[in-house]
Each structure stands twice: as structure tokens, then as C-alpha cells.
Design a protein around this ligand. Structure first.
Ligand SMILES: Nc1nc2c(ncn2[C@@H]2O[C@H](COP(=O)(O)OP(=O)(O)OP(=O)(O)O)[C@@H](O)[C@H]2O)c(=O)[nH]1
Ligand SMILES: [Mg+2]
Ligand SMILES: [Zn+2]
Length: 310
């Protein structure tokens, strides 16, 4: 039988079969993925073949090749990675300018990772209700949005709790497998519940102490949408794993820098301090946003994200 992995809880996997049944499955044998060491052999979104056993349980024996996947770096020294999800059509990066504030650095790192994994991203600014009466914050938000729309990322302003402009997200996600990602507490689960009233994902309170979320969602989990498609709700993440990315490649995943790659004097230009660098010139003229360029420098200098909450 064929199915898709909806949830993983240790050694058991919930698989949604092609004919719509939810079946608990184990794995038979050893699954290894070429090139990467992972803590989990099978991830949410994996397309698998399994056999039914007695008592309605199943045994997974084959995983189909992944169209794509994203991984999270391990937090310990084992050098292992954890596959968050596989086979996505797109990602929604949920961001907020307040409670908690999403930094440009975080957004840029997420976009870089998604570019590298070939996952189209839209950015959803949630909690718009919090600053509709704050013109300064609203100006700041619009300036943020202008930066990302200019380089080709679609942006949305919504409020999950006020049900504001949620319909457009339904259209965007209908019939697709969509990863919903972003810091803890930005309202990912609330937003998914607003998009599909049939769902009832657990929503957390933001702790007053840090104004950061408390990681209410602890495992990535895939939810069938009543209007067609799937949502993968992830735990609030600090940062996706920039695994196996050479410093020289990074500018290629910044679309506005990629567009200038043949304009620099040196074809191996790193856009740091080289003469006749088209990227530096564009930054000076304001054609490339300073915030984006700063993110780029931070990433190639190997800076860790501050303000992390994972
Ligand atoms: N004012 C306002 N609050 C919101 C909005 N959306 C979510 N919240 C609140 O933000 C808090 C966190 O929401 P969650 O949906 O649990 O956040 P999450 O991103 O899923 O968090 P994790 O699961 O921890 O990663 C809750 O108290 C929500 O009620 C919104 O549009 N406006
Ligand atoms: Mg959540
Ligand atoms: Zn250059």
C-alpha cells in the first residue's frame, strides 16, 4: 500500500494511505540517506510503501525519492541532522514585527535555505492587528515588505486572531503541501486554525518574561486541509540547517546578488571588498537593501544568530 507520513512519534509513524485511512506503521530494515547523517530515517511528508500486518498496523519497507527536504542542524556535537519535512511544494515563513519580533537576519537565513533547497517561499506578516494603530510600526513593516517584494518574494499582511485577509492564504495553499515555519510564538498554529476551521491545532501563550513563544508545537506534523492539500506545522525554529553550503555559493541564493553575478570584475568575487564589484556598487546606490547585504556578510562570516529561541 502507498501512503504519506503525517506524523512521527519516535519509532511509530502515522501514515495516511492513498484510500484515506490513517495507519500506524513501523519501519523494517535500515534506511540510509545518501550523503547526510540524520537522526530520523523517515520524515513527515515522505511518500512510502507499506504492508499491513495483523491488528491493522503497518510496516514501511520503501521510501520514495524525496523531491526536496529541509533539515535542522543538531544542537549537540553528534553532527547529525534532523529532517524536518520532505516533499513540500512551498513554504510560508510567518513573521511578526512585534511579540516576538522577527529579525531581517532570520528572514534572510530562512530564504537562503529555501532557495538552496528549491522551495518557493512567501512571507506572511501576522499579528497586523497589533500595529494597525501604530503608524510608525506600520511604516516599518511596509519598508520591510518593499525589500522582499522587490526581489521576488510575495508578502502578505494578516491577522490570525482577527481573521483578517486569511482567504488569500487559503487560495495559496489549496491543493498543495505547504510548510509553515517561523519563530515560536509568531502564530503559526493559530494561523493554520484560521485557514481551516476544521483543524484545531494547539495554540500557546507567549511567555511574558521573554516575549518569545514556548514551543507549543514540538514535532513537525502534517495536517490534511479540508479544502484540499496539506499543511506542515513546524515547531518554532531558530534556523534551518545550512548544511553543505560553501561560502562561494551563498550569493547565488540571494536573488538580487545572483542577478549581478556576471557584472563583477572578478568571476570569483565574494562581494566583500573587491574592486569593481557590482554588488557593492548596488548596495551603495541602495539598489540592494543594506539589511540584505548585512545578512549576507553575517552568513559568510559564520555568525550565529542572536536572539535565538530554539
Ligand atoms: N494579536 C495577535 N495575536 C496572535 C495572532 N496570531 C496568534 N496570536 C497569539 O500568539 C500566541 C502564539 O500563537 P501560536 O499559534 O501558538 O504560535 P506558534 O507560532 O504556533 O508557536 P510554536 O508552536 O511555539 O512555534 C498565542 O497567544 C496567539 O493567540 C494575531 O494575529 N494577533
Ligand atoms: Mg505552533
Ligand atoms: Zn562582487
Amino acid at each position: 500500500m502507498k501512503g504519506v507520513v503525517i506524523k512521527s512519534t519516535g519509532s511509530w509513524y502515522n501514515v495516511l494511505s492513498e484510500d484515506g485511512q490513517m495507519i500506524d506503521c513501523r519501519i523494517k530494515g535500515v534506511f540510509r540517506i545518501k550523503g547526510i547523517k540524520t537522526t530520523n530515517p523517515i520524515a513527515v511528508g515522505d511518500s512510502v510503501l507499506f504492508e499491513l500486518e495483523e491488528e491493522g498496523k503497518g510496516v514501511i519497507h520503501t521510501i520514495h525519492d524525496r523531491k526536496n527536504y529541509i533539515i535542522r542542524k543538531s544542537i549537540n556535537l553528534s553532527k547529525q541532522s534532523h529532517i524536518i519535512a520532505a516533499n513540500m511544494d512551498q513554504a510560508l515563513l510567518i513573521a511578526t514585527l512585534a511579540l516576538p519580533r522577527t529579525s531581517a537576519g532570520f528572514i534572510d537565513r530562512f530564504l537562503l535555505t529555501a532557495e538552496a533547497y528549491h522551495i518557493p517561499v512567501s512571507i506572511v506578516f501576522n499579528k497586523i492587528d497589533l500595529f494597525e494603530n501604530d503608524p510608525e510600526l506600520m511604516d516599518e513593516l511596509n519598508a520591510f515588505i518593499a525589500v522582499y517584494e522587490k526581489i521576488g518574494y510575495k508578502c502578505y499582511k494578516v491577522s490570525a486572531t482577527e481573521n483578517k485577509d486569511i482567504e488569500v492564504l487559503r487560495e495559496l495553499t489549496k491543493g498543495k503541501t505547504t510548510l509553515v515555519s517561523g519563530h515560536s510564538g509568531v502564530g503559526k498554529s493559530t494561523l493554520v486554525n484560521a485557514m481551516d476551521k476544521q483543524l484545531n491545532l494547539k495554540v500557546g501563550e507567549i511567555s511574558d518574561v521573554h516575549f518569545k513563544g514556548k514551543h507549543t508545537t514540538t514535532f513537525a506534523e502534517m495536517h490534511p486541509l479540508s479544502y484540499g492539500g496539506f499543511i506542515i506545522d513546524t515547531p518554532g525554529i531558530k534556523e534551518l540547517g545550512l548544511v553543505d553550503m560553501e561560502k562561494e555559493e551563498i550569493a547565488d541564493y540571494f536573488p538580487e546578488m545572483r542577478a549581478l553575478r556576471n557584472e563583477c570584475k572578478f568571476n570569483n568575487c565574494m562581494h566583500i571588498n573587491e574592486p569593481k564589484c557590482a554588488v557593492l556598487e548596488a548596495v551603495e546606490k541602495g539598489e540592494i537593501a543594506a539589511s540584505r547585504y548585512n545578512s549576507y556578510l553575517g552568513i559568510i562570516n559564520g555568525e550565529e544568530m542572536e536572539n535565538t529561541n530554539y
